[in-house]
Design a protein around this ligand. Structure first.
Ligand SMILES: *Cc1c(COP(=O)(O)O)cnc(C)c1O
Length: 374
């Protein structure tokens, strides 16, 4: 490399970080951030940042291909599934899914929270969306029994939101779709545990919860669902086939975000893969749930068997105490514990990158708060 400029960049600088319980964008592995910082000005000797390079360059080609290969190996993605790195977040998928898959203009939705509801409402713009089950009667605090639902005979797919970020519930068994294609939003549980990709037609998730920076959405789609037979008027860029044919490079992809996702995949591999991730996540969640079950002050809000490993909502019996807790926790270095604006209370999101020490420290803090505010 012929460089025009070379200089010493690093100065010793102390960094302090909080325990960040944000639901998303959320905590990322410190190791990944440090590595990205080191590569910021000069990515592996190429004299540029990943933000500055062509998405058609050899260097970026290697980045995106490696990211895809690592994701495939983590999730055991079979060869007849395509992996796409797209933009527009989960919200664009709410539309892109019906545009591409609603051949009969009928789809069944299981509504277990705000995100599933939004997807359901969006699908109505494109055809008949049937709400075949819901848990709205009890503020989405449980997952309905989906073993024998009235699946529509002509449904193009059955849609679920697998982990409900706002309410803290998770499907522990997938619905019986009676042979119909299953479509799942896994934004907030992506790579938190192993999953059997073959059970789905399409899996997607915004990466800003558990994998990377906002701006990337990953779609894993079975080959036979990638066709030119889409709803009339579907924009070219919204056809999965367009992106599949171009290996996610039809237009400029979110290059830097994909690069960080790739680093997180490597980090998960180093942690031992998804089996290990699951084990750590169960251990972390148990620390918090066990305390919620024994506390006189704090209570979990979700039916026990449906509890999420990733998002843990809880309340006290007074709004004032909730507010006091959130304020004191923040002062003590526990950030973003406020529940979603639609439900209030508290929520601790304990994604892959939240260290177990963070959860232990939070529970110690809650115990102390409980004693002091009896
Ligand atoms: C955050 C979230 C969304 C919305 O994601 P955007 O990227 O903001 O569109 C959708 N579904 C789930 C499960 C989420 O957690």
């Amino acid at each position: 490399m012929n460089s025009y400029i070379s200089f010493t960049y690093k100065e010793e600088k102390e960094v302090s970080r909080v325990y960040n319980f944000s639901a998303g964008p959320a905590v990322l592995p410190e190791e990944v951030l440090k590595e990205a910082a080191e590569e910021m000005l000069d990515y592996r000797g190429c004299g540029m940042s990943v933000m500055e390079m062509s998405h058609r360059s050899k260097v970026f080609d290697e980045i995106i291909k490696t990211a895809e290969a690592d994701l495939r190996s983590l999730l055991n993605v079979p060869d007849n599934y395509k992996v796409l790195f797209l933009q527009g977040g989960a919200h664009l998928q709410f539309a892109q899914i019906p545009m591409n898959l609603m051949k009969n203009k009928v789809a069944d939705y299981i509504v277990t929270g705000q995100w599933a509801k939004k997807a359901y409402n969006e699908a109505k713009l494109y055809g008949t969306a049937n709400k075949i089950a819901s848990s709205e009667d009890k503020t989405f605090s449980y997952i309905p029994d989906c073993s024998d639902l009235p699946i529509s005979p002509d449904a193009d797919y059955v849609y679920i939101c697998e982990n409900n970020t706002i309410y803290g519930t998770k499907f522990k068994t997938l619905p019986n779709t009676k042979g119909k294609t299953l479509v799942s939003d896994v934004s907030s549980c992506f790579l938190s545990e192993p999953m059997d990709v073959t059970k789905y037609g399409l899996i997607y998730g915004g990466v800003q919860k558990n994998i990377g920076p906002a701006g990337v959405v990953i779609v894993i789609i079975r080959e036979d669902l990638v066709t030119d037979d889409v709803l009339p008027g579907t924009p070219t860029i919204m056809k999965y086939k367009t992106q599949v044919d171009a290996d996610s490079l039809y237009n400029t992809p979110p290059c830097y975000g994909i690069y960080i996702c790739g680093k997180v995949f490597k980090w998960i591999q180093k942690m031992g893969g998804l089996d290990a991730m699951k084990q750590i996540n169960e251990e972390k969640a148990a620390i918090l749930y066990d305390y919620l079950d024994e506390s006189e002050m704090f209570k979990g809000t979700v039916r026990k068997e449906d509890r999420s490993l990733m998002n843990v909502p809880f309340v006290t019996d007074s709004e004032e105490l909730n507010a006091k807790f959130i304020a004191e926790a923040k002062a003590a270095g526990f950030e973003n514990l406020k529940g979603h604006r639609s439900v209030g209370g508290m929520r601790a999101s304990i994604y892959n990158a939240m260290p177990i020490e963070g959860v232990k420290a939070l529970v110690e803090f809650m115990k102390k708060f409980e004693t002091e505010n009896k």
